[in-house]
Design a protein around this ligand. Structure first.
Ligand code: MN
Length: 313
């Protein structure tokens, strides 16, 4: 989806050295015409987890009519979008002419590279429910001029863990590897833990990680963790143990090698300089570079105003 609460200036997001830690980052709530959205990344105090640079969680919502998700065509550069649903459906159409419907268990992964435009909508045939997450992965310098691409992944690996199981969205966990294309060392997994059990997550100690409870009852050393809240774990852990209460837990595990590059985020762009952002914005406004999303019936999203300020180093 689109960044629905852009600032007028760009946000520098610098990776920091990290050790094992536990930092709780509450989400910031916004509302899109009745659809509640919690922004978990970037937040004050936590900009990146490995290459993960953006995280919106939305719903749950029940609806009888209409389209709770209707994000008109908008551009992206320098990132991958990861669309993952817990309930309902979201249809993607892009300027490459590709389409894909994300439903629970089916990952939509779009690589923006040097530039793509897409739209995301609730389809006419729907379950009347919507609950999902949208994340962005920053592309490293060596890959951010790649050609744009889109893929729906229907056969993601599921691995059994001590006390539960994980579905691999991106990267590797417990010997399984996601078929989705990644450009830097990364992990993203949807983990479930059986009620009343301890769930041991095997981690790469060279990665930094975060856990976001999505549903059910997730505890850490007997204390309940809040849903839609990012718990940053730092680097240097080989394992992280969560417990479920009387209900099973469901959480996202995110991680990756500390990114090592300072990115500059504005609206739907991940860049390095304000000049790049200005050029991408002008290209979108004047109909260059990104192409048209022909499958979307309606006007595209105009770029918000951008104030190019000196970027603090
Ligand atoms: Mn988008």
């Amino acid at each position: 989806m689109s960044n629905l609460s852009p600032t007028t200036t760009a946000e520098p997001c610098a990776p920091e050295p990290a050790r094992p830690t536990l930092q709780m980052i509450p989400g910031r709530l916004t509302d899109l015409g009745g659809l509640a959205i919690r922004r978990l990344l970037p937040r004050t105090g936590r900009r990146l987890v490995g290459p993960w640079c953006f995280f919106d969680s939305y719903g749950p919502l029940s609806f009888a009519a209409g389209k709770p998700m209707d994000v008109a065509p908008h551009p992206h550069i320098g990132l991958q979008t990861v669309s993952w649903l817990l309930e309902g459906e979201v249809v993607h159409h892009d300027s490459l002419g590709l389409a894909g419907t994300a439903v629970p268990g089916v990952l939509n992964l779009m690589t923006a590279g040097r530039g793509i435009a897409h739209a995301e909508e609730t389809p006419a045939q729907n379950a009347g429910r919507l609950r999902g997450v949208q994340l962005w992965v920053a592309l490293p310098e060596a890959s951010r001029a790649e050609a744009p691409a889109f893929a729906s992944h229907r056969d993601l690996p599921r691995v059994e863990l001590d006390g539960g199981a994980a579905t691999l969205l991106l990267g590797c966990l417990a010997g399984a590897r996601s078929p989705a294309r990644a450009f830097s060392p990364v992990v993203g997994a949807d983990v479930v833990g059986a009620a009343g059990r301890r769930l041991a997550l095997p981690l790469d100690p060279d990665f930094e990680h975060a856990v976001v409870p999505l549903a059910g009852e997730t505890l850490l050393e007997g204390q309940p963790l809040a849903v839609d809240t990012l718990y940053y774990l730092g680097c240097g852990r080989r394992e992280f143990v969560l417990e479920s209460g009387s209900r099973p837990l469901r959480a996202l595990l995110l991680g990756g090698a500390p990114f090592g590059e300072t990115i500059l985020m504005w609206w739907n762009f991940v860049a390095r300089t304000t000049e790049e952002i200005v050029a991408a914005r002008e290209d979108w406004q004047s109909g260059r570079r990104f192409g048209d999303v022909r499958a979307y019936a309606g006007a595209r999203t105009p770029a918000p105003p951008f104030l190019a300020r000196p970027v603090p180093r």
